[in-house]
Design a binder for this molecule. Structure first.
Ligand SMILES: Nc1ncnc2c1ncn2[C@@H]1O[C@H](COP(=O)(O)OP(=O)(O)OP(=O)(O)O)[C@@H](O)[C@H]1O
Ligand SMILES: [Mg+2]
Length: 250
């Protein structure tokens, strides 16, 4: 079998003796959209922190295209290996237009020298237009980012991640706070991204999971609980139990 794009092996991390993740294995193939679900505190964001270098594991390995990237610095993982990440709260430039935000993201990946000479060449314009189409914001290109809706701000940040041509895109709860219509639109957007990118998406919204998932990975209390298609996961008694327990506690 060929090497998956991302391979996580027995990954563990402890924070002051608290085991946030224990021996987690994960393989994601090129062109796949993987959804990671699990109750609050299951370790989903922590797993993304370990893959992107924000947190160093206590033990275990992360391989990208077969290369060991465990413990590398976040900027190396972002720039050299092209793993892009969208955090839960949009990190956009409020006082710039939608277009300018994408432009900044595009120039940001170049060296300082290159960005000094960054110009709106026909190529960069075309690139920005393509990104705006992908995130359904072509009609709002000249709008100041601060006046976008909550959902549109999330899409703009997805655009800023895809402008950097990542090989792997990690989205942590991209639909948080969105209306049902915006959530559906986000799902369709992510499916369209698959033509060019591999995606890992952490989510809570089950309609969204059903809409986009090929394989779902379920974490609970820092451990891998189950993995399978949405239909398999939906009827897995272990998964049902952790979600019922989670609901009962709320
Ligand atoms: N830097 C840290 N120091 C100490 N504990 C941490 C740290 N980061 C995460 N944790 C703990 O690890 C556990 C897993 O947290 P994590 O944020 O990964 O959960 P999650 O699955 O993303 O949950 P949610 O659905 O609420 O976003 C939690 O108990 C959290 O308090
Ligand atoms: Mg989280």
């Amino acid at each position: 079998m060929s090497e998956p794009l991302l391979r996580v092996e027995k990954l563990s991390v402890e924070f002051k003796k608290f085991k946030a993740l224990t021996d987690v294995d994960l393989c994601v193939n090129e062109g796949e959209v993987r959804v990671v679900i699990g109750p609050n505190g299951a370790g989903k964001s922590t797993l993304m922190d370990l893959i992107t270098g924000k947190t160093k594991p206590t033990s275990g390995k992360v391989y990208f295209r077969g290369e060991d990237i465990t413990g590398k610095e976040p900027y190396v993982i972002a720039e050299k290996y092209k793993i892009g990440r969208k955090f839960q709260n949009p990190n956009i430039f409020n006082m710039m237009t939608v277009y300018e935000n994408i432009e900044v993201a595009l120039s940001g990946y170049n060296t300082v020298f290159k960005s000094l000479f960054f110009r709106r060449t026909p190529e960069t314009r075309a690139k920005i237009d393509t990104v705006l189409e992908k995130i359904k914001l072509s009609g709002k290109r000249d709008i100041i980012a601060s006046s976008l809706s909550h959902g549109e701000r999330q899409w703009l940040e997805i655009g800023m991640v895809i402008a950097q041509d990542p090989a792997l895109i990690i989205l942590d709860e991209p639909t948080a706070g969105m209306t049902a219509a915006e959530t559906y639109k986000t799902g369709e957007m992510i499916k369209e991204l698959l033509a060019e990118h591999t995606v890992i998406v952490v989510e809570h919204d089950m309609d969204f999971v059903k809409q986009v998932a090929q394989i779902v990975t379920v974490l609970d209390q820092g451990q891998l609980l189950a993995e399978g298609t949405f239909e398999e996961i939906e009827k897995d008694p272990r998964v049902i139990q952790v979600y019922l327990k989670d609901d009962a506690e709320q």
